[in-house]
Design a protein. Sequence first.
Length: 452
Amino acid sequence: MGSAADPSGSRALSAASSVGNSSMTVESCMAFCAWKAYPLAGVEFGNQCYCGYSLSPATSYNHTYSTIYNTMVCAGNQSEFCGGPSEVMVYNNTAYQPPFPSVVGQTLGNAKFLGCASEGNGIRALGAASTSSQSMTIQACAAYCSNYLLFGVEYSSQCYCANSLAASSVLNVTGCTMACSGNSSQICGGPSRLNLFQNIAYSVPSGSPTPTIGGGSTSTPSLRLLVANSTNITENGITYHYVGCANEYPPTAGRALGGPSLTANNMTNEQCTAFCAANNYLYAGTEYSNECYCGNSLKPGCFLNSTGCTMTCAGSSASSSPFSNYSNTCGGSNRLTVWQNGAYSPVQNPATVNGYTRQGCYTEAANNQRALSAKSYTSSKLTVETCITFCSSFNPPYSIAGVEYGTQCFCGNSLAAGSVSADPSQCNMPCGGNSLETCGGPSRLNIYQKQS
């Protein structure tokens, strides 16, 4: 896929790790992450391996597999590179399959997935029989509960059975995220959460009352489906158009939507669309339940007719919001639920400002150096105009001004070695002081030069 810099104070990939391994290779790291059932594997610092479903939203992911960044050979194979200090080489497992279950109605043998259910209030959701095992799988629990209509797996290693769900247990909640202790490609509930299944082969014993699946309440009423290019939701004067389910495209660097991003444990489509609209982006996309991405176009290789947007949003829209009437779906693994902002105003940077002419989008310099390093400042209210005013205020004035990452301004008289012209789409972050202008991007600058 490429090379990524770890965000400050955190990891680009953080779901699982193996560090200090004297036999580390790219191949062994990929095998480790595949065994842990993660699609992405990253090697770092020569002997470290990290796994995850996706890169941290704050990750700077715009490098190639260059030895400029990846300077350390693998501890287990001196002919391979394994990243560098705070630089991880990222690989995508193209054979990856999302953990089971991921969609209500999926079946495995005679087990039909009904959803994620909470434990009851002071009582087990399924209280007839139970067992636990460090080798628990969905099949193992199904076999143990074969004489019951319902069974559920919880907290990675626990199995519960019953013919009805406790009245205080709630269906269609979030929190079923723990891998089964006996099979990391399966999900076995979570803390006080069960992945609930129906035994479709169950037959009622002669003379026994017919059991029912009812008893548990549901966290959401009957909701309208999201229909691409048909569903329109108006919130706070802005109409958002649902345009479809889009795929990420891991073989090339960057996100499907490459603008600002947000991660929240209460993420909703309502929250994501408002966030991206406030930053004046055309598109908003929710992914993997709790992630939000913004952009004005989809990266090449990403399309709006994908399948796999099946994950319930981490949060629930306010009951007063029109979003609450629709399916609460926030993408999936490498899949985005994409909305179009009907109030979007196209961004246009000025061609000239006070004698400085727009030159285009440029990269930072090589070897982690600044393209412009003479003077700089940061402001949440930055605009192209305020940066040029700053750079021209010195005696003599600096001939080049560059805006970067929405809030940063740099000045100089020449670009440092290695700073080169970049695709204009990479300078896509709105200026902190004017969302109708762009102020560069991650390691990208909009450059203006004074004409003599």
